[in-house]
Structure formats: structure tokens, C-alpha cells
Design a protein around this ligand. Sequence first.
Ligand code: UDP
Ligand code: MG
Length: 330
Amino acid sequence: MTRPDSMLSIVIPVHNEADVIPTLLNRLARVCRQLGTATELLFVDDGSSDNSVALLLKARRRYSDIRVLQLSRNFGKEAAVTAGLNHARGDAVVLIDADLQDPPELITDMVAEWYKGADVVLMKRRSRTGESWVKRMTASVFYRLINRISDAPIPVDTGDFRLMSRRTVDALNQLPERNRYLKGMFAWVGMPTVTLEFDRDPRAAGKTKWNYLKLVHLAMEGITSFSTRPLRIALILGFLAAGAGGLFGTWEVLKALILGVSTPGYASMIAIVTFLSGVQLLCVGLLGEYVGRIYMETKQRPVFILAEDSDDRILDYQPTLKVAVNDQNH
Ligand code: UDP
Ligand code: MG
């Protein structure tokens, strides 16, 4: 099964994961040994404020195939993963969370599928142990909604845990958008895909960095970055409301002219006005979401800023030495 000439990159976004890093490293190291191919463990530190980076850099002295990219601040997981995909050197790249919710041992099976010719090996959750039913339900509603309105369907119950071949990663790296909704981008790129099922473990330690507000934001991102259909829905709503209003008005005028009956109705008036202004505000807000995204895209800012790359560093680099030399020149 082994292919000695190929290299595998394992990209791991890290944000304050010091509690799990020792276990993670042990389990990953064991998997890498079994794989028998060259591996690169590419950790992307997304502005951690604990000692995650120190732990990783220390481990790097023992396992030389560890590489640590440090972003200049916390940019969010999507940006961290993007940084990893941009810098990975492998012939295939595995994306995995640091919190051990995605068991590293499964990488062996993923690689086997890749050797058999798959470009993408998707890991589908059979169960979501340790996640509340509210989270499961909202997730399911969201997937159903987004797949209704977007062109490239996003597979249900899959996260970022996956293997991608070099050409898939290259394709992904070409997508220029700043608002990175990765799940949608993966789906858009396509490529021959094999899906494996797995049981998602609860977080090994620490706590999730997602809250509901962030999830709503991500959902909005997902919907607006992959479909303009909501705009059309707004248009249709407008047509329907205007049509109904017109018909109702005509009917009232005719009634007054022919039958001489005029209906008083402040209450219904207020109800209609409130409802319609609500619909209008909603549609304007929706437009705003898209305009806002266009604005962000036009700024052309990079998705992440890299502060340090452990591979660029001379191992025993000592900043104090440099200062001392400069002082002598003065
Ligand atoms: N993460 C990150 N930046 C962030 C938040 C999270 O790089 O701003 C990483 C985190 O360290 C973990 C992965 O993204 O490796 C998934 O995060 P988390 O477990 O909090 O999300 P959940 O599994 O609850 O969706
Ligand atoms: Mg997690």
C-alpha cells in the first residue's frame, strides 16, 4: 500500500488547544509511523493566547516533520485552514481539527482511498456524540435550506475533516474570494469523491469556539456566498405584495362606485402597513448583506497574515544577539 515517493500534508488549525496538543501529537505521530509515507504536520496557529505555540515548537525539536505557521492574530478557522492549504507541500492534504473530534487514526483509511484513485475523501459523521440536540437540529435545518438554494449541493453531516489530492487543493487555492465559506467552496470544486462514515467523538478537552451568533454568521455566509436566489425571492415577494395590494385597492374602489359601500378598517390598514414595511425592510436588509459582501471583496485584502513560519526560522535564532550587534554600530 505504501507509496514511498508521495508526501502527505496534515493541516491542523489551532486556536488555544494547549490541553489537547500532547495527546494530539502522540496520536498523530503513531498514525504517521503506520502510514509509511513522508508526512508534514502543518499546524496553523490562529492567534492562540495560551501556550499552544510553545508546545508545538517544542515538539518540533523531536519530530522534524512538524511545521508551525503563526497567523498575526485570530482570523477564524476558515482563514487558518486557507493558510494551511496555501502552504501545504504534500501530494495530498488532510484537514483535521485539533480537538480530536476527528479521530486521527482514520487518516490511514483516507490515504488508502486516495491511493485507489479518489481525489477527495469525505468523512461523513454517523453520529454526533456530545453535541446538543439543538445544535444537531439547527445543523440539519441549515443543510436542507442551503441545499435548496445553492447550485453545488453541500453533503449533509460532513465537516472539514477530509483528504484532498494536490489538484483539488490547487483548484481550491485558485478561488479568490475573501469571504471564505469552505464547505461551499469544497462542494463547488467537486472532483471524484469517496465518502467514508465515522463516529464523531466529543471534544477531548477545552471547549468549542463556536457560539450561536458565530453559527448564524456562518450560515448567512454560506447562503449569500453561494447563491443569489434569496434576492429573487425578495423580488417575487415584492411582486406578490404589490399585486395583492393593487387588486385589493381596485376591488375597494369598484365596491364604493357600484355598490356605494365603503368599508372602514383602520385595524386591517395598520396590519397591512406593518406587514409590508416589514417585508420591505427585510428585503433591503438582504440587499445590504450582498452589498456588504461586495464591499468586503472589493477591498482585496488577504485572507490571513502570516507572522511566523517555523520553516523560515533558524533553529537557535536569538533576537537578543542581534540587538547587541546593532548597539555596537552606534
Ligand atoms: N479554530 C481556529 N480558529 C478559531 C476557532 C477554532 O483555528 O477561531 C480551530 C480549533 O482549534 C479546532 C477547529 O478550529 O482545531 C475546530 O474548532 P472547534 O472545535 O471549536 O469547533 P467545533 O468542533 O465545535 O465546530
Ligand atoms: Mg470541535
